[in-house]
Design a protein around this ligand. Structure first.
Ligand code: SF4
Length: 447
């Protein structure tokens, strides 16, 4: 018997913040049914993998982990293994034949069935629950949060776009938004519990549209920021076509909405954006960036880039490098294209670039972006920034790490500060991904 007993469960979460938020929902659902969260995998009688199908390496990591669980299950009879999230939704029951260690499968819309799936696994039945439910928003479930400081609040699920490279429309279904009143009451509870940072989440967060009433994301964001005036408010992930003037105005006007927008572009070429079915041109993207920069001084913009998508020519790649140079993103998540089965691209386009070329272009993008981030971070040396302390630094117990409202990581001398403190830090040095500094009490006293 595992130390936590047969009702103890442990969740391994892969992928994005949405998956992390979903793990909080799964934990709440299981706890309501008398299951308990184990401290570690070693203590658990039930191991759940909450999975992501977006990147190839995320799927590879799941496969490696399932092989590890295969060995574990041989040594611990009665151990139950479940797969939740996007991978089973996408791969369906073939996961059972690929990985005999799996006892059950649950898709992103069926977490309420997990207790039933576990009970069936106990009596030797392998079952799956993979239906889409266009009404499921998990309203009424109070998610179990990771820590006492920062909380994710999903405000919409699914995606109505059909970007050619993306599996999300096939794994998470159509868009559906939570009622504004339920988002506000969740935020109110978080404020009462002392949370200092709230991140509104959605696959396509700024296409939020309240059922029946049609309330848009700008209105929701404004209402959330007023409900939690002392908390930092963040949101992710935004789609360029849904950045409106009203939304930019709200971010500019409300002091507690962070000056950071993650705005995936994927390519600097309109031809590639067309092939990717992104729904906008590069000129339109650049116009949105200009609007954001004009209305929100000091804003940090981050992005996602895919190198080597189907049909990309050297001139398209050069357009991406030009875009990076012009926009000066704070940071970019950069990948080379790998085909995901079943996507629009897999069905309609030829993955025609050799891997060596994709890797070469990706490396050029990474090198350029790193040099841009490096310069931007160097420019911050000598300035004083406001930091929300999050945790002990990984390198030293004498230092804390936190973030600026522009989402830059800052490592600073601990002195008497602790997680949750908001303080001024004078930046003394930098790398391409971290600012390093010391608390500046004079600036604190002056503010
Ligand atoms: S907007 Fe495009 S990339 Fe984002 S989740 Fe939807 S389909 Fe995928």
């Amino acid at each position: 018997m595992r130390t936590g007993g047969s009702k103890a469960f442990f969740i391994h979460t892969f992928g994005c913040q949405m998956n992390q938020a979903d793990s909080g929902i799964i934990t709440a659902i299981l706890q309501q049914e008398g299951y308990s969260a184990a401290e570690s995998e070693v203590d658990a009688g039930i191991i759940l993998l909450n999975t992501c199908a977006v990147r190839e390496n995320a799927v590879d990591r799941i496969e490696h982990y399932l092989q590890h669980l295969h060995g574990l299950k041989k040594r611990h009879k009665g151990l139950i293994v479940g797969l939740a999230g996007c991978v089973p939704q996408f791969q369906k029951e073939e996961m059972f034949s690929m990985f005999p260690v799996i006892d059950f499968l649950a898709g992103p819309d069926t977490y309420r069935t997990l207790p039933l799936l576990i009970e069936q696994a106990r009596i030797g039945l392998r079952s799956s629950s993979l239906d889409f439910n266009p009404l499921e928003t998990y309203e009424g479930i109070d998610p179990v949060r990771q820590g006492p400081l920062s909380a994710f609040v999903p405000v919409m699920r699914g995606c109505n776009n059909m970007c050619a490279f993306c599996v999300v429309p096939f794994t998470r279904g159509r868009e559906r938004s939570h009622p504004l009143s339920s988002v506000i009451s969740e935020v109110r509870q978080l404020v009462e519990s002392g949370y200092r940072e709230i991140t509104l989440l959605g696959q396509n967060v700024n296409s939020y549209c309240e059922p029946e009433k049609g309330t848009d994301f700008a209105t929701l964001l404004d209402a959330v920021s007023r409900e939690a005036p002392d908390a930092r408010i963040r949101f992710t992930t935004s789609h360029p076509k849904d950045i409106s003037e009203a939304l930019v105005r709200v971010i500019a006007d409300r002091p507690n909405i962070c000056n950071h927008i993650h705005l995936p572009v994927q390519s600097g070429s309109s031809k590639m954006l067309g092939l990717m079915n992104r729904g906008h041109t590069i000129e339109e993207y650049r116009q949105k960036i200009a609007l954001i920069r004009e209305k929100i001084p000091g804003v940090a913009i981050t992005t996602d880039i895919i190198a080597g998508f189907c049909g990309e020519e050297e001139s398209d790649h050069q357009a991406t490098l030009d875009l990076l140079t012009d926009v000066r993103f704070d940071l970019a998540y950069m990948f080379y294209y790998s085909e995901r089965p079943g996507t629009l691209a897999a069905r309609t386009l030829e993955d025609d670039l050799p891997e060596s070329l994709k890797k070469r272009r990706l490396q050029e993008i990474i090198d350029l972006q790193n040099s841009i981030s490096d310069k931007l971070y160097q420019e911050a040396v000598g300035t004083v920034v406001e930091v929300l302390a999050e945790s002990e630094s990984r390198r030293s117990a004498q230092q804390l790490m936190g973030r600026t409202d522009t989402n830059r990581v800052v490592v600073f001398d601990r002195e008497h500060y602790k997680a949750g403190d908001l303080l001024k830090v004078r930046i003394t040095s930098s790398t391409s991904a971290t600012l390093i500094g010391k608390p500046d009490q004079r600036a604190d006293a002056a503010s």
